[in-house]
Structures are given as structure tokens and as C-alpha cells.
Design a protein around this ligand. Structure first.
Ligand code: NAD
Ligand code: GLY
Length: 362
């Protein structure tokens, strides 16, 4: 199978390399390592499966380097300031200098937390993202958003810190639980929903092969998703405008995750529900048709994703979380809504009553 490359341009350009077996490629992994200190950050699920591959590859390419590993507990509930402190402690124990490099090996939780540690250590050292979930390959490893959660809300403490390289070894997806693969497909669907209706058709036509873990289909989905994300973050790296479109479904989704204490639905599942609710809100405000919302919902259901609000969530509590969402502004709630398949836009000052109406009927 071929190796694909997607370039992310802008002030700090970098390359996304996608292919099977790339974690064994010491030359590729070590190429961005300027200094002599590397910290491989991973979690308790991923480390036993893939960390030794990375460390062996780095050691063979750079026998002069000090390479340490730091393993955090797995899960969204661990994306905390306290675990961030542990990662920074590991950099201190390594004696990492300003030319050190953090290798974030894992899903979006590891990527966001390790990326934030790299952003803060000595005011910023290099970070190579080595995503091992589909979600991280198509979204969180690209674009430089790094953060940890607070009990009050998702990703409330963080920094923009673009990686120096992204290496997505699609072979790691073979060990990924099916539920996590489906969660990644939610973010893949998002790109089609916001900017590329033809991608939605392609996803519908390839749903069985994607769910079956077909390497070629996954590689194509990852490359197309990364191409869309690269184009957007290149034009708007700090989310002053267009980048906000990438948050389609996330205002509802983050509120669900926070209300559930980051426990029940995972991020991709919460985003799937959030996209359906955002589509319905668009319909309720007269921006889009019911038919488009139904097409989106059907595709998400085909991928085995939830599309209904979990029972027991209080609409008023969800609304309170949305007020603290980073996308909200002093003037009121701001949502990414759409005008139909492939056509999203940011809508400010969405009336709270309209949002509550959607939540109460979800
Ligand atoms: P995750 O990192 O929790 O990974 C999901 C689960 O899969 C974990 O239990 C993990 O240990 C396990 N896992 C990972 N790779 C594996 C593999 N190859 N084999 C076996 N198990 C594996 O979750 P995620 O869905 O990857 O990421 C979600 C996070 O990403 C959220 O915190 C979200 O806020 C963040 N995110 C960030 C951005 C961004 O732009 N920075 C974008 C989207 C999402
Ligand atoms: N996942 C949203 C963003 O990167 O902007």
C-alpha cells in the first residue's frame, strides 16, 4: 500500500505522512529530532501495543539520543491539569533541553495533553504527533490545538502549538476497538457535512469497507479528511473565522461530554449526536431542509453512531455548559450551523429558546 502525504502550509508548515508500518521507519520518526532528548508520551492501552516499536525505531536511527517514555492512564477523564503536570515532570526528569522533542503516541487525549506539555516546556519545544486512533489521524493530530479539560468544560486550558510533523501509521488501527473506529468516522463525516457533500456520497458508498477496517478505504478517508483540515487551518490557524466550521456539532457535543463528566459517550459519539442536533437547529431556524438533516443522520447511523441525546441529561444544564463553550461570545451563543450538506457557516446570537427547543425534543 502506498504512502500518502498531505502538506499543511502557513507560517509553520509541516507534513502529514499516512501509511501502514510507518512507526517502524526510524529515519522518518527521527528526522524532526533536532536535539538529543526525546520523550515518547503514550497511554496505558497504546504503550504496550506500539511504544516499543517507536522507541526501537528512534534508537536505531539516533543512537546518540536519550529517549524516555511516559505512560499516562487512558481515557478522557485523564486529560487533566494533574496528568499534564506528570508529563512535564517527565520532561524535567529527562533533562529535556529546548531542542528536545515530544512524540505523542496515541489518540486525541494523548495528542492534546502531550502537545500541551510540548507547548509549555521551556515556552515551547517540538512535538511530533503519532496518532493511533482514526479520530486523531483525521482531526486532533493536525492543526496544533492542544489542551486539557477542567471539570467546568472541555479543553478550557490549552495553547495553539502546531506539530513539527504528523506520522499516521494506519497499521495501528488494527488494534483499535471497533467502537473507537466508529467514533473516528464521526469526525470524517464532519468534513463532508461542512465542506464536501461529494465526500458524504463516497462515505456512504464505502461504509461497509470502512467499518470492516479496509486499509485502502481508511487511508483514502484519512487523506481526504486531512486535506480538508489542512486547507482550513492553513488559512485560519488561530480560529479567527473559517476554522470554527471544524466545530460543527461540537457545541452540543462538548456540553454532552461535560454534563456526563467525560464518562459515557466518547468524543466522536458526542460529536455525532451534536451534528444531528446542529442540523435540526439549522432546520428550525429556516436555514436548511429536513431532508438534508435526515441524510446526515442516516449516514451516522450506518456507521453505528448514536444520534439521539442520551437519557437523563437536563437541557438547562446542557445550555449552561454551552454558555462556557469557547465558541460562545460575550454577546451570546454562537453555533456552527449549515445550509445543507457540505455548506456550514457560523451563526452568532442564536436564541437560547431555539436551542432549548431542540434539546427538549431530542
Ligand atoms: P482517546 O485518545 O481517548 O483514544 C480512545 C481509546 O482508544 C483510548 O482508550 C486509547 O487508549 C485507545 N487507543 C488509542 N489508539 C489505540 C490503538 N491503536 N489500539 C488500541 N487502543 C487504542 O480518544 P480519541 O477519540 O482518539 O480522541 C478524543 C480526544 O481528542 C478528545 O479529548 C477531544 O477533545 C480531542 N480532540 C482534539 C482535537 C484537536 O484539534 N486538538 C480535535 C478533535 C478531538
Ligand atoms: N477540531 C477542531 C479544530 O481543530 O479546529
Amino acid at each position: 500500500m502506498s504512502v500518502r502525504q498531505v502538506e499543511v502550509g502557513g507560517a509553520e508548515p509541516y507534513r502529514i505522512t499516512i501509511g501502514a508500518g510507518l512507526l517502524r521507519d526510524g529515519g522518518l520518526l527521527a528526522q524532526p529530532l533536532r536535539g538529543r532528548h526525546a520523550l515518547v508520551v503514550s497511554d496505558a492501552n497504546v504503550a504496550p501495543l506500539h511504544a516499543s516499536t517507536v522507541i526501537d525505531a528512534l534508537r536505531s536511527a539516533r543512537p546518540d539520543a536519550r529517549i524516555a517514555s511516559h505512560v499516562m492512564p487512558a481515557g478522557e477523564q485523564e486529560k487533566t491539569l494533574s496528568r499534564f503536570g506528570d508529563a512535564v515532570d517527565a520532561l524535567a526528569a529527562l533533562g529535556a533541553t529546548r531542542d528536545a522533542c515530544v512524540y505523542a503516541l496515541g489518540g486525541g487525549v494523548v495528542g492534546d495533553l502531550a502537545g500541551f506539555a510540548a507547548a509549555c516546556w521551556m515556552r515551547g519545544i517540538d512535538c511530533v504527533q503519532l496518532p493511533t486512533t482514526l479520530l486523531a489521524m483525521v482531526d486532533s493530530s493536525v492543526g496544533g490545538k492542544t489542551a486539557v479539560d477542567l471539570p467546568q468544560g472541555k479543553n478550557l486550558v490549552g495553547a495553539f502549538h502546531p506539530p513539527i510533523a504528523v506520522v499516521a501509521d494506519t497499521g495501528t488501527l488494527r488494534t483499535l476497538p471497533a467502537r473507537e473506529l466508529r467514533a473516528g468516522l464521526a469526525e470524517v463525516v464532519k468534513y463532508g457535512a461542512i465542506v464536501d457533500a461529494s465526500f458524504l456520497d463516497w462515505l456512504a458508498a464505502h461504509s461497509d469497507t470502512l467499518l470492516g477496517g479496509d486499509a485502502d478505504a481508511l487511508s483514502e478517508a484519512i487523506a481526504r479528511s486531512c486535506t480538508h483540515k489542512a486547507a482550513i487551518v492553513e488559512r485560519d490557524p488561530f480560529e479567527h473565522g473559517e476554522r470554527a466550521l471544524l466545530n460543527f456539532g461540537h457545541t452540543f457535543g462538548h456540553a454532552i461530554e461535560t454534563a456526563q463528566d467525560y464518562g459515557t459517550l466518547n468524543h466522536g459519539e458526542a460529536v455525532a449526536v451534536g451534528m444531528v442536533l446542529a442540523a435540526r437547529l439549522s432546520t428550525a431556524l429556516g436555514l436548511a431542509t429536513d431532508t438534508d438533516a435526515m441524510i446526515l443522520q442516516a449516514l451516522l447511523q450506518r456507521f453505528g453512531l448514536p444520534t439521539a441525546l442520551p437519557a437523563g441529561l437536563d437541557p438547562d444544564v446542557l445550555l449552561a455548559h454551552m454558555r462556557l463553550d469557547k465558541k460562545a461570545q460575550a454577546s451570546g451563543l454562537r453555533f456552527v450551523l449549515w445550509e445543507g450538506l457540505g455548506r456550514a457557516r457560523v451563526v452568532p446570537d442564536v436564541p437560547e429558546e431555539a436551542v432549548l427547543g431542540i434539546l427538549r425534543n431530542a
